[in-house]
Design a binder for this molecule. Structure first.
Ligand SMILES: [Zn+2]
Ligand SMILES: [Zn+2]
Length: 339
């Protein structure tokens, strides 16, 4: 049975790797479109929101900006705004059912897909004030909390792609939020790994790694009263960073306003250092937090992962799944600390 006509995508499950993949079926990209980047500069879609779908939430200088009713639903003044994605990878639907396609499982790509836009076309996190970074995190938090109890939402990804090498197709600084019925394969691995360690040792593996890193100091990039920025011992790419709450917390949505202020401080420090160290590189960052499926994930420890585009996956990485980092994390952290 094919994916339903309205849904823009189909989820397909690989029974061997146990990975779910999403096949965008509704974006109508011709196979030729993959040959090379389409050329031509179009007007920025985020500078004029008047033709856009209505936002889901808006903030103006740290406070909620009420959404006007009717067709002109974009508030006159906003500094950070959440919009439904015009080309969603996942779409709102009334049901979620898996079906069999030969030896595979498949399902419609049900869920929510939003874009989170900050006002300036040119200024991005390294140039933001602390209050602007806090506002961005408050927006992530507000949308996370708003969507986590929706039907079929079992997992929420929040991520930012910056620059073409990181997969961003729009230059205007923006992040994305995807709320899905399935848990992201990367999180599943991370959850299973931390659960196994917890069952064997009655301790959180992330707390153990963090306390070792904080004693060893070599891979620490930045710290404040609540958060530590570290280049992981087993970094997957050069200059990879993670931001961990020092206290064991499994769920990002349990952060307090005061903690988000300190998280903003840590994120700002990390992004400034990265920008200075590598000359404003392309990067991806994302949130890893416990799923929102109502299960107990107290063994998990939420964190941000920041992966600058310092290399491209080639045959070895794609074939073996082993990533090659071209600098020792200890040296990367020392260099970042100096910035
Ligand atoms: Zn713009
Ligand atoms: Zn922990």
């Amino acid at each position: 049975m094919p994916a339903s006509k309205k849904n823009p995508s189909e989820l397909r499950f690989d029974p061997v790797s146990k990975d779910w993949v999403l096949i965008a079926t509704g974006r109508a990209r011709r196979p030729e479109a993959f040959r090379r980047k389409e050329v031509g500069q179009k007007a920025c879609p985020f500078d004029d929101l008047s033709n856009k779908e209505c936002p889901t939430y808006a903030l103006f200088r740290g406070k909620e900006a009420p959404l006007p009713k009717g067709s002109a639903c974009v508030p006159k003044q906003w500094t950070t705004i959440a919009l439904p994605n015009k080309y969603p990878a996942f779409a709102v639907q009334k049901s979620f059912e898996t079906r069999l396609v030969g030896p595979y499982q498949a399902a419609d790509g049900v869920g929510f897909h939003e874009v989170i836009v900050t006002k300036s076309h040119t200024k991005d996190i390294p140039e933001f004030s602390l209050a602007q970074v806090k506002e961005l995190l408050d927006m992530y938090y507000a949308r996370y909390v708003a969507l986590k109890d929706e039907e079929f939402v079992n997992h929420i990804s929040i991520f930012k792609n910056k620059g073409p090498k990181a997969g961003a197709t729009i230059a205007h600084p923006h992040s994305q939020l995807v709320a899905t019925p399935i848990t992201d394969p990367d999180i599943v691995g991370s959850l299973e790994g931390s659960l196994r360690y917890f069952e064997q040792n009655k301790k959180c593996i992330h707390c153990e790694m963090l306390s070792w890193d904080r004693k060893d100091k070599q891979r620490i990039v930045y710290e404040n009263e609540e958060y530590t920025v570290v280049c992981p011992f087993a970094s997957r790419v050069a200059f990879e960073m993670r931001i961990y709450p020092q206290k064991h917390v499994s769920y990002f949505e349990r952060t307090t306003d005061a903690q988000r202020e300190l998280l903003a401080d840590a994120l700002l420090a990390a992004m400034k250092k990265l920008s200075r160290a590598l000359g404003d590189p392309d990067y991806n960052y994302f949130l890893h937090t416990a799923p929102a499926d109502g299960g107990n994930y107290d063994h998990y420890h939420w964190h941000w992962e920041i992966l600058p585009k310092t290399s491209t996956w080639a045959g070895f990485e794609l074939g073996s799944g082993i990533e090659i980092s071209t600098i020792e994390p200890e040296k990367a952290a020392a260099f970042l600390r100096k910035q």
